[in-house]
Design a protein around this ligand. Structure first.
Ligand code: COA
Length: 164
């Protein structure tokens, strides 16, 4: 199982997340109506094998976006790995400028390094913006999970990307 996936990528704006950034992640998640992770959730995620936690920094070294996901074992074939994206968000004022794409590409680059063949995520069915972003990035809607979310109660679209 891969570990130590917290190194930064080639793009200097993409940096690893450490515990000093958790408040930033919580702020951005709150502003963008993401499912609320507690500080403890993020701390726990640091300990998970295969965890990928990246943040995007502005020129002023302020965190303006992040992605959290994980590479997980899949099936019995050792070279087949799956990844899951749990959260990806860009500060509201910075959306639509290609920055989400930058973070997503960095996440996928890490997946490719570790021979991931499929990436999975769930998204609220009303979140048209994110669904559009994922479809632009070749995700397919494979299933609907009713009553998946609370506050408000809502279905999730399960989406899958095949990495070739
Ligand atoms: C989803 C999110 C991360 C996208 O980040 P972003 O910085 O706004 O997106 P980008 O500007 O990098 O767009 C990247 C690509 O996605 C496309 N895209 C973005 N929004 C889109 C939409 N509503 N419909 C269709 N395509 C869309 C862009 O057109 C662009 O493709 P292109 O390069 O071919 O033009 C951002 O909107 C966000 O933080 N949303 C709130 C949090 C959230 O809902 N996260 C998902 C939880 S599951």
């Amino acid at each position: 199982m891969p570990t130590g996936l917290d190194k930064s990528t080639d793009d200097p704006r993409i940096r690893p997340v450490d515990s000093s950034h958790i408040a930033d992640l919580i702020r951005i998640a709150d502003e963008t109506n993401l499912s609320a992770w507690t500080a403890q959730n993020y701390l726990d995620e640091f300990q998970m094998p295969g965890s990928i936690m990246l943040r995007l920094e502005s020129d002023l070294n302020v965190t303006i976006g992040f992605v959290v996901g994980r590479i997980v074992e899949a099936g019995v074939v050792e070279t087949e790995q799956q990844a899951e994206i749990y959260n990806i968000a860009i500060d509201k004022s910075e959306q639509g400028k290609g920055l989400g794409q930058l973070l997503f590409d960095a996440f996928i680059a890490k997946c490719r390094e570790h021979k991931v063949t499929s990436v999975w995520l769930e998204v609220r069915e009303s979140n048209e913006k994110a669904i559009g972003f994922y479809k632009t990035n070749s995700f397919e809607h494979v299933q609907t999970r009713d009553n998946f979310y609370n506050n408000p109660r809502e279905a999730a679209l399960l989406m899958k990307l095949i990495l070739k």
